[in-house]
Every structure is written in C-alpha cells, then in structure tokens.
Design a protein around this ligand. Sequence first.
Ligand SMILES: Cc1cc2nc3c(=O)[nH]c(=O)nc-3n(C[C@H](O)[C@H](O)[C@H](O)COP(=O)(O)O)c2cc1C
Length: 201
Amino acid sequence: MKHSILAFAMLFGILTACTTSQDNTSMEQNETLEVLKTRRAIRAYQDSIPDRALLDKVIEAGTYAPTGKGLQSPIIVAVTDKETRDYLSRLNARVMGAQDDPFYGAPVVLVVLADRNIGTYLYDGSLVMGNLMNAAHAVGLGSCWIHRAKEVFDSEEGKALLKEWGIEGDYEGIGNCIIGYPAREAPQPKPRKADYVYYIE
Ligand SMILES: Cc1cc2nc3c(=O)[nH]c(=O)nc-3n(C[C@H](O)[C@H](O)[C@H](O)COP(=O)(O)O)c2cc1C
C-alpha cells in the first residue's frame, strides 16, 4: 500500500512537472506572439491575387477586431478588381503629388473606413487595420498600411466610388491595407527604442 501511494505521488509529480514545462515551452513558442513580432511592412509584391479563401480568412480576422462598445463602426472594402485598384492608387498618389504606385504593386487593397458618428471610430478602424496586417502575415501573405484613405474618400472621386459601391453613411477612410505575396524578403525591424516601456511596480 505504502509503495503504491509513493508511486502515485511520484507519477503525479512527474506529470505536474511535464505540464508546467510544456506550458513554458508553449509560451516561448507561441505562434500568435511570433506572428505579431515578425510581421513587417512589405513594399514589393508579386502580381498574382491570393485565393479568395485565403483573403477571406484575413478579412474575417479584421471583422473580429475589438470596437468601442462593440458597435463595429468600421467597414472593409476588399478591392481585387485591377481597374479599381489602379484608380485608388492614382487617387492616393495624387494626395501626395506623386506619380509612383503607392501600393507597391500589391494586387489587393482592403480599404478600411469607419463611421464618423461613433466616438471610437478612429481607434476601431485602426484595430481592424492591425488585425488585417497580422492575419495576412499569419497566412503567409505580405501587407502594409498605406495612408491617405481619409483624403481619398473625402474627395469627390472617393465619395463617388462609395456611392458606386452602394455604401451609404458618414464614412471616413482610415487606411488601405495592401495585400499580396511578397516579391522579396521582409526587411529587418528597427531595434525597439530604449524608453518604449515603463514598468510601475
Ligand atoms: C498609420 C500608418 C500609416 C502608414 N502609412 C504608410 C504609407 O503611406 N506608406 C508606406 O509605405 N508605409 C506606411 N506605413 C507603414 C510604416 O511605415 C511601417 O509600419 C513602419 O515603417 C514600421 O515598419 P514595420 O511595419 O515593418 O514594423 C504606415 C503605418 C502606419 C501605422
């Protein structure tokens, strides 16, 4: 009897130790944390449009971003039509007075807009952008936030596009998440600044 109690205690100890060490390992190798850390802004793309199923996974992740009061103020417009993509690129370049393609050749643009009437719209839309970029990286796609969506969709041409797409409401452009297969290796991240984090313990 004594022996079996001892054997049970030993087995319990080993199992507990294994579980603890497994937990530590999974913390160190956590895939989500790895994705968050290794995503980079991609600025060169292949022409091919990723499969719709893959894009849908990315877009779905965007729709699950947290929003103030859960009001889901943002919308996502997924543009894969080349003519529209090129037009958006020209409107975006015009804001900067530039000629080059600000979308770096990416074949897909996920435009995030958010309802100005909801107090947290800017934060909500930005979190959607973050989810989209991280989700793209998680499924092996490149992405980059391209700015000036506000100026583009505040312009007459931008408003006309929203109308053409059947989007009614007081939407402000938050960002363009360009997506595609990277055409070259991701750049290395800059070192994080020394005073990024303050611990008050
Ligand atoms: C609000 C915002 C606007 C950005 N606008 C642009 C842009 O218009 N063009 C561009 O090439 N990158 C843009 N970026 C990408 C940043 O330059 C990039 O995230 C930054 O250099 C850090 O690089 P990383 O994303 O690889 O960590 C933008 C990023 C954010 C968050």
